[in-house]
Design a protein around this ligand. Structure first.
Ligand SMILES: *[C@@H]1O[C@H](CO)[C@@H](O)[C@H](O)[C@H]1NC(C)=O
Ligand SMILES: *[C@@H]1O[C@H](CO)[C@@H](O)[C@H](O)[C@H]1NC(C)=O
Ligand SMILES: *[C@@H]1O[C@H](CO)[C@@H](O)[C@H](O)[C@H]1NC(C)=O
Length: 182
């Protein structure tokens, strides 16, 4: 435990640093569409933080439809970045714990599937097939949860906690918007 966690600590700090960086509350315009949408979503779902939602969605969108599309785009970007990160971590010689390697292999598969699912979700969303889009995003959400749970089950520290959390929360936001439209 101690030697393996020591080897991960620098990485963990790196991720915490990066994921916590741009929390700037630039605009808090309470009459904006983003504010109203995020407020409703966070009131309805304890897994959605108002601040996270506002920071992620910004204040550019002019319709709920566009806001939904934006949320899916953010998931796509996050999923893609996380997938690349997992690939990098698997090659990292400092992460030589076989249990972690095993988890990362599972996560890579989950995130590769998620890449396809979020693509399909976007197609469904654009065609207003909200039920199907909901199913796809829900699967993405289950994927990042399963990835995170893998580390817990093997009792090793996850180097992906922040990434998994971001994908989870962005997906919750997308689902919330999709359900408003459906
Ligand atoms: C808030 O947003 C609304 C709608 O986007 C806009 O009309 C209004 O001018 C904004 N108010 C401020 C103080 O930025
Ligand atoms: C919030 O997330 C937990 C899992 O972390 C899940 O069990 C629960 O159903 C979620 N709540 C909502 C309202 O989606
Ligand atoms: C993932 O999404 C969150 C929330 O929008 C954002 O703060 C973060 O920078 C994104 N991370 C990556 C790697 O894209």
């Amino acid at each position: 435990m101690s030697s393996l966690s020591l080897s991960i600590i620098p990485l963990l700090f790196l991720f915490m640093f990066f994921s916590d960086l741009p929390i700037t509350q630039s605009s808090n315009n309470k009459s904006s569409l983003t504010y109203k949408t995020c407020k409703t979503s966070s009131d309805q779902n304890p897994n959605i933080s108002l601040n996270f939602c506002l920071t992620s969605l910004g204040h550019g969108a002019t319709s709920l439809r566009r806001l939904g599309l934006l949320s899916i785009r953010l998931i796509r970007r996050n999923v893609s970045t996380t997938r690349h990160l997992i690939k990098k971590l698997r090659k990292n010689k400092r992460l030589d714990d076989p249990l972690i390697k095993l988890c990362l292999t599972d996560c890579l598969e989950l995130y590769s599937d998620a890449t396809l699912m979020v693509k399909q979700a976007r197609k469904d969303y654009k065609a207003e097939r909200y039920f199907e889009a909901n199913l796809m995003i829900t699967s993405v959400m289950n994927g990042c949860s399963t990835c995170e749970d893998g580390f817990k089950k093997k009792m090793v520290i996850s180097p992906l906690t922040n990434m998994n959390h971001n994908v989870f929360e962005l997906s919750a936001i997308a689902l919330s918007i999709i359900n408003m439209l459906a």
